[in-house]
Design a protein around this ligand. Structure first.
Ligand code: S3P
Length: 437
């Protein structure tokens, strides 16, 4: 059970059973998009069941500093009154994206196309993350962007204005870069066409289309003709599958678990973790509960006997946020799990390949680090240890789940960063833990 202490340390010990219905926050990726794309549209939109962790709050604060009208009316619901691109003005201070890469990359795309001067920055982790992947194509479109390491790292200063469409080959499969290009492309004159090296989550395309924006798609090539102004749409945000994944793994590796997760988003470009866990033998029942552009399902996860698997190629962008967690599941699976082609994990909130190897090794896992992946041998009984989140929300939650099965009391340092994507995670662990089976 979780016990928070003032030193930002959370202690977790194994519990007899994990049972009940889990409270899952709204999808973080979809929430960012619902906020920014409606602030940029014309008209009023109500966003329900959004995931208002620290990252999405950073998006709201930055957009409000640019003159947007975003009102938070509860801990999940928002009203946004959009006035189109003309509704934005020059910010009087640095835009602080906190820990959120999505906020920064989306905003760079937006700021490139607005006729204002701005400076954008974030916390120490975000200032080390690569921004050249968005800065470079936006410069080709005509944005004047400067920053540390020739614009590779924030703080960045952006003098936006009249953009022109380009033809561009994206060097990395990245939904954040794709979204920045679509946002800038909607503000540019002429057509912006770009080819992705592999598919990535398509929430931006789906939301822009629902707002009346035309995007052409030919295999991995996307085109948007600008300028196009979107019309505001109400959004009911599905539950976050990346948050649900912690509970799916907890359910699968705990010997006495039965967890229910309702209304989880199962967009096929995001739900690879379900395929991977089921391939590993996890008992996960999927009952479809909503069939819109962003489909939802009720998921039930129960104790399972897992086997190793291989994850590589085009499956990687679909499951990349869940890889530390899949590695944890693999420590409890029979045989070897091999994850390759996941070098992007080294430039997330922390180097997740190194952090996963380091922290799971402390707990007794047999895990080898590759330049672009991990090899895990299982099953290994885990033993409690002092572990560290490296300031990364997903690492914190992954280690919390590990603590539910590791013998003894696991101490997770820097645990409160879980609130970046799931403000309820630690209290849900305490609520769903049963001391007597
Ligand atoms: C996100 C895209 C992914 C993911 C991140 C959120 C998004 O990054 O890792 O957590 O909301 O677009 P990529 O830009 O590498 O696809």
């Amino acid at each position: 059970m979780a016990v928070a202490t003032p030193r930002d340390v959370t202690e977790i010990s194994p519990v007899a059973a994990l049972q009940g219905e889990v409270r899952i926050p709204g999808d973080k990726s979809i929430t960012h998009r619902a906020i920014l794309l409606n602030a940029l549209a014309t008209g009023e939109a109500r966003i329900r069941q959004s995931g208002l962790g620290d990252d999405c709050r950073a998006t709201i604060d930055c957009l409000n500093s640019l003159g947007a009208d975003i009102e938070t009316i509860s801990d999940t619901d928002l009203v946004i009154r959009g006035s189109g691109p003309q509704g934005f003005g020059e910010p009087s201070d640095v835009l602080d994206c906190g820990n959120s890469g999505t906020t920064m990359r989306f905003l760079i795309g937006l700021l490139a196309g607005l006729g204002v001067y701005s400076v954008i920055s974030g916390d120490s982790s975000l200032r080390e993350r690569p921004m050249g992947r968005v800065v470079h194509p936006l410069r080709l479109m005509g944005a004047r962007i400067s920053g540390r390491d020739d614009g590779e790292h924030a703080p960045l200063s952006i003098l936006g204005g009249a953009l022109c469409g380009i033809e561009y080959e994206m060097p990395v499969a990245s939904a954040q870069v794709k979204s920045a290009l679509l946002i800038a492309g909607s503000l540019a004159s002429g057509t912006t066409t770009f080819r992705q090296p592999a598919p990535s989550r398509d929430h931006t395309e789906l939301m822009l289309r629902s707002q009346g924006v035309e995007i052409r798609e030919d295999g991995l090539t996307l085109s948007i003709a600008g300028p196009q102004t979107a019309t505001a749409v109400d959004v009911v945000v599905p539950g976050n599958i990346s948050s649900a994944a912690f509970w799916l793994v907890a359910g699968a590796i705990h010997p006495s678990a039965d967890l229910l997760l309702r209304g989880v988003g199962v967009n096929p470009s995001r739900s690879g973790v379900l395929d991977v866990l089921r391939r590993m033998g996890a008992h996960i029942d999927v009952r479809m509960s909503g069939s819109g552009a962003e489909p939802t399902a009720d998921l039930r996860a129960r104790s399972s006997s897992l086997r190793g698997t291989r994850i590589e190629g085009d499956e990687i962008p679909n499951v990349q946020d869940e890889i530390p967690l899949i590695a944890l599941a693999a420590t409890q699976a029979r045989g070897v799990t091999e994850i390759r082609g996941a070098g992007e994990l080294r430039v997330k909130e922390t180097d997740r390949i190194a952090a996963t190897r380091q922290e799971l090794t402390r707990l007794g896992a047999l895990i080898e680090e590759l330049p672009d992946g991990l090899i895990i041998e299982g099953p290994t009984p885990l033993k409690a240890a002092d572990v560290d989140s490296h300031g990364d929300h997903r690492m914190a939650m992954c280690l919390g789940v590990a603590g539910l099965i590791a013998e003894g009391t696991t101490v997770v340092h820097d645990a409160s960063c879980a609130a970046v994507s799931d403000p309820w995670f630690w209290s849900e662990i305490a609520r769903l833990s049963k001391q007597n089976a």
